[in-house]
Design a protein around this ligand. Structure first.
Ligand SMILES: [Zn+2]
Length: 317
């Protein structure tokens, strides 16, 4: 069986592929492939999608989604997850206690987000169709969306899921079904109209991954969600991952950049492999200081200079 199939419609708005511009070339599973941008909704998507056979090759046992990020990650992750939950609760406009708010993290990975939500008192659960047995708990299950009851959650969370979907409309129709009437969806994904995507093109770290197929914008998400039936308010933020302006491989660190910061101890300049370590450490430094991090986040959002999108939409109000 072949690994790839030609995409014939925009996966977001279903416009025929002729309504999309071919913006540059990339590869997927070692095959050349167009990157398209829909002129109707603005979605950026790969011109070939993996079949079930291709998906099996992509999501092998070594898929890093289930690795724990270590202590530093937990600390910065806690604040970032808490802020996301605060924004969701505000949007729910509910005076209900956290314990009566039911949250489902779909594609929960190792369950870090669910752990933070449970620590904060929410009634939170996670599902993941690839969840290995060592990650399973009573509230983290190896399940698909179609096994979840109708109208059973107030918040559905999709962190780094929307860029992987082969059939996004079918998927989000299921999300609509499991949401309570007052429910909201929170999703995060690489930002399809980012400076990083335009500048780095096929070298953009999100595009290099075979499993990343779709690069959403607020407009493309809004069009798809309204066609599915979502009628409520929406909100979005542009963020960075982990540094505001995106990442690319194979760039050298300059000697002058690394001299004065203790956080860079152990990073030797002038080496390609150290560039990502350098950027990651600067990002960690910023993220570990909440006020500085919030300032940088506002700056990134208002200048739309980040390469990551956080999008929230309510089902009904
Ligand atoms: Zn479209």
């Amino acid at each position: 069986m072949q690994d790839l199939l030609q995409v014939l419609q925009c996966p977001g708005c279903l416009a025929i592929v002729e309504k999309s511009d071919n913006i540059f070339e990339t590869t997927i599973l070692n095959n050349n492939c167009h990157v398209n941008k829909c002129t109707i909704c603005g979605l950026v998507y790969k011109g070939q999608f993996p079949t079930s056979c291709g998906l099996d090759k992509i999501y092998s046992a070594e898929y890093t989604h289930f690795n724990d990020g270590g202590e530093w990650k937990k600390n910065h992750y806690y604040y970032s997850a808490k802020q996301k939950l605060d924004r969701c609760k505000k949007m729910l406009n509910s005076k209900a206690s956290n314990k009566s708010i039911r949250i489902l993290d779909v594609g929960c990975g190792s369950g870090n987000f669910v752990s933070v939500a449970r620590d904060l008192g929410y009634d939170a659960y996670g599902i993941d169709p690839h969840l290995p047995s060592h990650c399973q708990k009573p509230y983290l299950e190896n399940k698909n969306l179609d096994e979840i009851s109708t109208s059973s959650f107030n918040i559905v969370v999709l962190l780094n899921v929307a860029e992987h979907l082969v059939s996004p409309r079918e998927f989000f129709m299921e999300v609509y079904r499991i949401l309570a009437n007052d429910g909201i969806v929170l999703l995060t994904c690489p930002y399809g109209n980012s400076l990083a995507r335009k500048f780095y093109q096929k070298k953009w770290n999100h595009l290099l991954l075979d499993e990343h197929l779709l690069f959403w914008t607020p407009k493309s998400l809004s069009i798809m969600f309204s066609e599915i039936g979502f009628k409520g308010g929406k909100n979005f933020r542009i963020a960075g991952t982990p540094f505001p302006w995106g990442r690319v491989q194979d760039v050298e660190v300059q000697k002058t950049d690394v001299k004065h910061l203790n956080i860079l101890k152990g990073v030797s300049p002038g080496s390609k492999s150290n560039f990502r370590t350098y950027i990651t450490r600067v990002a960690q430094y910023i993220q570990s200081h909440e006020k500085t991090a919030n300032f940088v986040r506002c700056l990134v959002h208002y200048t739309a200079s980040g390469d990551y999108l956080e999008y929230v939409i309510a089902k009904n109000k």
